[in-house]
Design a protein around this ligand. Structure first.
Ligand code: ADP
Length: 671
């Protein structure tokens, strides 16, 4: 067995690898950037080495610095995790040349699968079905357009070096092709330093089904069945499950065989995933799946496979890397039960899934109901430097329905404040009827976006509860407590109190008072509500309205409060009556950076006329492209940034000429 492993990664995956190492008695070394000085993975590891400034390019992507850290600490192997250097064959070579084990496949295998075009050619040769399309070297836009016509629209443009859905564009018709290609190439070039793209037939009822494979250095390859990752948004996985619902046994066998064949073709050693796309327009069929790509590393969603096979995939990686044969043969592997994984992100689903940053003032994850793989804890910052994942919530049950209900309950118990999360969005997904009935599809989220992203408004009693809490009326009373006047029987008129709350920028006036033991009345925005309230525990309350009781959990901040209940959460601030009027917020004349990032493309000059919806600025933020469009028709008054400039959140980028009111005199309007 290996003695000491350096983990060239951060966040949840670094923590997850460290845990298995420790269980097996393997010592660990973490690496960290400036931003991660106090990160969880640093505190879990046996030792840790600082490797540079916060941007990944200057730390987690610095192969030489990392190898140096391994040599200095006497590590005999490096585990790359996923992302960062995990699929970089030059890094794998450099590690090996330094006399250290690279926990992963050979650099040749990584190279063979590294570019989607070459991988597809290789798989075609090995007799594995591949998606129809063009994956040659020619990159002339006219030529690619001809190819797209030949394949037939809709097509999918993919960066050949792609990953994480970057550099990918679905194109409906020839008219849109050139612009989509240019934008895919730009994104690919920024993300991978390689602009080349391939064109594929767009499968219209696609299911993403992938097979976990494992090889060793003795020529053995097994597969550990499938994962269904069809629930996606913008080609990124959102909730994964294993096994795949509705999978015929015949197809499972065919996919497993194809995956093993693919891995054998490149003498694969270690953990890998063969991603297939299946056409589910007529249910899953054994002859309707095609190879998309191979990921030559551990996947984010590997825990669902662990949950249904009982295998610790990181343990297998460590054993294979130390030269042992695979711990189990194909006929010793079985599917038992069902598992789901939801990716909890710092992002605002209601605002177009904008990545969120900030300090997690409070973080409570449902560890009693689920396996929780996380790399952060209360007080940690979600920085703009890395992927904003907070945790993976993994549930397992004897059957799909049980595992899914458990996931739903677990997500309802996620309590995070300080940073907006997608927990409510994920929870709504777990009760989406098509998904519940086992019909996930890559287009499902987009089709139901509105109902999945728009949260329930808080009920009057919920706002009243916020008012009670924020005014201090729920605090234990002492005789000298000025709030003690709310205790006991009082007449409504005598005991009423008043606060003004801020809910999403709106002022809500609330007066409230006690009407009996544990009974209250409130007037919220002019309408009355009567309710009962009992305390279940520290900041957990049972709220009763019209004979219906619901449980709410309160997480107070500083003059603000988040209420969690019904799988939703609402944030309220207390308005200080002595404070002046809020500053007038930037109106629709201003185009503002929604988050810190880089101005990549600027299509605006002062004096130019713009139409509503016209793309004016392309920003790169949090590793993705963000297009900012004109909020209305108008004329550009000022351009305050230049291309290539780094801007902070809230920076005003462009200003439009103010809009004039409707002319009263019927005078003709010009411009
Ligand atoms: P990446 O490496 O960037 O993650 P993939 O090739 O793995 O890209 O594809 C990501 C997702 O895009 C797939 O899971 C699937 O939902 C969708 N996709 C890929 N190829 C096709 C296709 N030919 N037709 C329809 N959807 C596709």
């Amino acid at each position: 067995m290996l003695r000491k492993v350096l983990i060239a990664n951060r966040g949840e995956i670094a923590c997850r690898i460290i845990r298995t190492c420790h269980r097996l008695g393997v010592a660990t070394v973490a690496v960290y950037s400036d931003a991660d000085r106090d990160a969880l993975h640093v505190s879990l590891a046996g030792e840790a080495v600082h490797i540079g400034p916060s941007p990944a390019a200057e730390s987690y992507l610095q192969g030489e610095t990392i190898i140096d850290a391994a040599l200095r600490t006497g590590a005999d192997a490096i585990h790359p995790g996923y992302g960062f250097l995990s699929e970089n064959p030059d890094f794998a070579d450099a590690v090996t040349s330094a006399g250290i084990r690279f926990i992963g496949p050979s650099s040749d295998a990584i190279r063979a699968m590294g570019l989607k075009d070459a991988a597809k050619a290789l798989m075609e040769k090995a007799g594995v079905p591949v998606v129809p399309g063009y994956h040659g070297a020619e990159q002339d836009p006219d030529f690619l357009l001809d190819e797209a016509e030949r394949i037939g629209f809709p097509v999918l443009i993919k960066a050949r070096a792609g990953g994480g859905g970057k550099g990918m564009r679905r194109v409906e018709s020839a008219a849109d092709f050139r612009e989509a290609l240019a934008s895919a190439q730009r994104e690919a070039s920024a993300a991978f330093g390689d602009a080349a793209c391939l064109i594929e037939k767009y499968i219209t009822h696609p299911r993403h089904i992938e097979i976990q494979v494992f090889g060793d250095d003795h020529g053995n390859v097994v597969h550990l069945f499938e994962r269904d990752c069809s629930l996606q948004r913008r080609h990124q996985k959102v909730i994964e499950e294993a096994p795949a619902p509705g999978m015929p046994e015949e197809m499972r066998l065919a996919m497993g065989e194809a995956a093993v064949k693919a891995a054998m073709a490149i003498s694969y050693s270690g953990a890998g995933t063969i991603e297939f796309i299946a056409d589910a327009s007529d249910g899953l069929k054994a002859d309707r799946f095609w190879f998309m790509e191979m990921n030559t590393r551990l996947q984010v969603e590997h825990p669902v496979t662990e949950a249904i096979t009982g295998v610790d995939l990181v343990e297998w990686q460590l054993r294979v890397a130390s030269g042992e044969p695979l711990p189990r043969s194909q006929d010793e592997l079985f599917i038992s039960g069902w598992a789901f994984e939801a990716r909890l992100y710092a992002e605002d689903a209601e605002r177009g899934f904008l990545p969120a940053t900030g300090r997690l003032a409070h973080l409570d994850l449902p560890e009693e109901l689920a396996r929780v793989d996380s790399g952060v804890r209360t007080g940690d910052r979600i920085s703009p430097f890395y992927d904003p994942m907070i945790a993976k919530i993994i549930t397992r049950g004897p059957d799909r329905q049980t595992a899914l209900s458990l996931l739903s309950s677990a997500l309802a118990e996620v309590r995070a404040t300080g940073v907006t999360t997608n927990a409510s969005f994920l929870r709504r997904l777990t009760i989406q009827p098509d998904f519940v009935e086992g019909r996930p599809e890559t287009g499902l989220i987009d089709r139901h976006l509105a109902e999945l992203t728009i949260g329930q408004a808080p009920a009057r009693e919920t706002m009243a509860l916020a008012a009670l809490k924020l005014s201090g009326a729920l605090e234990p009373k002492t005789v000298s407590d000025p709030w003690g006047r709310l205790s006991g029987f009082r007449l409504w008129s005598e005991a009423s109190d008043f606060v003004e709350l801020d809910y999403r920028g709106q002022h809500v006036p609330i007066s409230f008072g006690s009407t009996g033991e544990g009974a209250y009345a409130a007037i919220v925005d002019g309408r009355q509500v009567d309710f009962g309230l009992s305390r279940l525990g520290e900041d957990t309350y049972l709220l009763e309205v019209d004979g219906r009781k619901r449980r709410f959990h309160l997480v107070p901040g500083h003059r603000d409060l988040t209420i969690f209940g019904d799988g939703e959460n609402w944030h309220f601030g207390l308005i200080d009556p002595l404070a002046g009027e809020d500053e007038i917020a930037a109106g629709s004349d201003h185009i503002v950076a929604p988050m810190p990032g880089l101005v990549k493309l600027l299509r605006a000059t002062p004096g130019a006329a713009v139409a509503k919806g016209e793309a004016l600025v392309v920003m790169e933020a949090m590793k993705m492209e963000l297009t900012l469009a004109a909020p209305r028709d108008g004329t550009i008054a000022e351009v305050l940034v230049s291309q290539g400039e780094q801007v902070i959140e809230g920076a005003v980028l462009l200003i439009l000429e103010p809009e004039f009111g409707e002319p009263e005199s019927g005078e003709p309007q010009d411009g």
